[in-house]
Design a protein around this ligand. Structure first.
Ligand code: GDP
Ligand code: ZN
Length: 309
């Protein structure tokens, strides 16, 4: 594909009303759509890589969606409605604070499950590490994530601890950053990119809207202070509350990576790892190989996905 004055390739940063804000090279273009027919059944999503035509009057319109990889979707709300939250996502970073506020582990688990269901990488950021006695140590309760195979980064937006490691994880990738309000998401981004100038509390905050939580994603070019942007951070307000519906129990249990080696050991093929006899997952919990707390989160999400929440 050749870019010239009339044909550009870019990435959709955000969508507001009918306007698509596309980053093409260094320029942010305000684009319209060339019409649904041309784009097929796909609706343009934030994160999409698109072809843009510049018309004679100088206006821009999207003419094509380029193939997607790594799509963050909404699960099971309705088969007919648009399920894509953001396209071309590499990873989901679940941010929690080691204290103040105390970590909401089920929220972290929910975010990691959303990542697993879509085949995206997950990582855990334990921020405000400056508030505990041993800032470098794996904070209480976060060991379950390391045991499950996730990278856990202890960070402090205040002291700068762990920011180099976080930067290395964000560089060159498209990362959804989500978590409870007040854990320091905006502060971390400001510490990494002083030019961004986010208001503290700005990332991820929009009101929870019950069942049909609106998740309007927006991409921010990511580049550490002084470096050219080479990745994107994705803000997805409401994602941390996004409920799961109609997710198959087997799929949900596979979304807990530490359960996987034990799933073949359940007596019943359709075991939901609740009260069933000879359940491989529960045996693993008793043997201390699987975290009881993660299993409780699994049970909560299972009930929710069955419509019981
Ligand atoms: P957000 O809602 O997740 O974006 O969180 P904010 O970035 O708005 O931070 C919430 C509060 O926590 C603010 O008062 C920050 O100054 C404070 N904060 C953020 N990061 C840290 C940190 O690493 N250590 C400490 N001690 N406070 C922090
Ligand atoms: Zn089982």
């Amino acid at each position: 594909m050749i870019d010239d004055a009339a044909h550009l390739t870019g990435r959709v940063l955000r969508i507001s009303g009918g306007t698509y804000h596309v980053l093409a090279g260094d320029a942010e273009l305000e684009c319209s759509l060339r019409g649904r027919v041309k784009l097929g059944e796909l609706a343009v999503a934030v994160g999409d890589r698109v072809r843009v035509e510049r018309l004679e009057d100088g206006s821009c319109r999207i003419s094509e969606i380029l193939p997607r990889a790594g799509t963050l979707t909404r699960h099971g709300v309705s088969r007919r409605r648009e399920q894509v939250i953001a396209a071309n996502i590499d990873q989901v970073a679940a941010v929690a604070a080691v204290c103040s506020p105390d970590p909401d582990f089920i929220m972290v688990d929910r975010l990691l499950v959303l990542a697993e269901l879509d085949g995206l990488d997950g990582l855990v950021v334990a921020n405000k590490a400056d508030l505990v006695e041993e800032p470098e140590a794996l904070p209480d309760g976060f060991d379950a994530y390391a045991d499950a195979g996730y990278e856990v980064l202890s960070t402090s937006a205040t002291s700068g601890l762990g920011l180099d490691r976080l930067d290395r994880r964000l560089r060159g990738r498209v990362t959804v950053l989500s978590g409870q309000s007040g854990v320091g998401k905006s502060s971390l981004l400001n510490a990494l990119m002083p030019g961004l100038d986010l208001r503290v509390g700005e990332i991820g905050e929009r009101k929870r809207r019950g069942r049909h939580t609106t998740v309007a994603a927006a991409l921010y070019p990511y580049g550490r202070d002084g470096c050219a942007p080479d990745g994107f951070v994705v803000d997805t307000p409401g994602l941390q509350y996004l409920a799961l519906w109609n997710v198959e129990p087997a799929e949900l249990s596979r979304a807990f990576p530490e359960f996987r080696p034990h799933l073949d050991r359940c007596r019943f093929k359709n075991c939901r790892h609740r009260e069933e006899p000879e359940c491989g997952v529960r045996v693993a919990i008793e043997a201390g190989e699987v975290s009881e707390r993660r299993h409780r989160s699994y049970l909560t999400l299972l009930e929710e996905s069955e419509g019981g929440a």
